[in-house]
Design a protein around this ligand. Sequence first.
Ligand SMILES: NC(=O)c1ccc[n+]([C@@H]2O[C@H](COP(=O)([O-])OP(=O)(O)OC[C@H]3O[C@@H](n4cnc5c(N)ncnc54)[C@H](O)[C@@H]3O)[C@@H](O)[C@H]2O)c1
Length: 362
Amino acid sequence: MSVKPLRECGPAARIAVIAGDGIGKEVTPESVKAIRSAITSARRQIEFVEFDWGADKFLREGVSLPAGAVEMLANEFDAILFGALGDPRVPSNQHAADILLGLRFKLDLFVNARPVELFHDRLTPLRDRSANDIRFMVFRENTEGLYVGVGGFFKKDTPDEIAVQEDVNSRKGVERIIRHAFDYARRNQLKRVCMSDKSNAMNFAHDLWQRVFKQVLQEYPEIESRHLYIDTLAMEVVRDPRQFDVIVTCNLFGDIISDLGAQLAGGLGLAPSGNIHPGRTSLFEPVHGSAPNIAGKGIANPLGSILTSGMMLDFLGWKSEGDALRNAVRSALQENFVTPDLGGDKGTVEVGDWIAARVGSR
Ligand SMILES: NC(=O)c1ccc[n+]([C@@H]2O[C@H](COP(=O)([O-])OP(=O)(O)OC[C@H]3O[C@@H](n4cnc5c(N)ncnc54)[C@H](O)[C@@H]3O)[C@@H](O)[C@H]2O)c1
């Protein structure tokens, strides 16, 4: 079955590259190198345009997300390859919030896709689990929930202080992420979708999730639909991850369960993600942050960013090139050609060069 891409860009694509801060600036060039290597052997064209948005620019010019940036990205680019943001010189993290949250919300990137895939048995902390046992996709709602910043303080900084944070769930928002999860399962011939909420305690917001889930699942009779409360899901993912193909949940729970998944599959250095609106400019970023504790040392693991690029190529409809990146990462892990966080002794550029060579020789 041929799988329709989420973005029809044809044989040529334009990619905005925002490497950001810290190790974002070290791992992103390795990703670009790997992509270039993957497409040279295919009849594809790709143009990368770099943007220097991040802490340096913010401190120098007071600019985080420049005026007109969102419209420019939406109109002129197919996708954004993102590194990481965060710098100890900007304790408020204002620039990161402006850029990353600004793009997520203003580009309406409602799908946060976080694949969990164990590439090598030795990388999981779970006993007696092998690579075939841990392979599922987490879809986190990315534009609503508890992260919309609706709320306030009452009697702030007094002993009687009250803080309120509202959980915002729209029918449209819930429906489109649940539908996306089912569509993904159908497109990829996966059998099971699990929706997770806390409807036993959150009896308004997650009642809506329940009702929408029951309505949408009717349209996908070939897919086994299941519901688990988030606390049960957290236990079950650890007890037996083989039960899951696709998980869909709200912003807060998705944030947590996908990090749990990342640890089951080798940790932060390996975890990719996509912030997606099907058909529109979407943003792809490794899950890790800017890691100031190792920035500048040349030892950051570039594999999370390279797997992220694989997701981006899939999104563009360039699946075989995406597979080439994933296969090269799998080989690097098998041959232990890895950075110190995975027990190796290689540097960021060394690993990046190795991946690019492996991809180019396929
Ligand atoms: N999406 C993003 O841009 C993003 C995400 C998370 C954190 N941050 C920001 O990054 C900064 C640092 O945050 P943090 O320390 O909590 O998280 P972090 O992910 O940057 O680092 C956590 C730990 O994992 C290690 N690590 C992370 N990525 C690695 C890699 N590729 N290779 C090897 N080791 C790696 C780090 O050295 C550190 O010990 C903060 O400013 C935070 O706000 C940004």
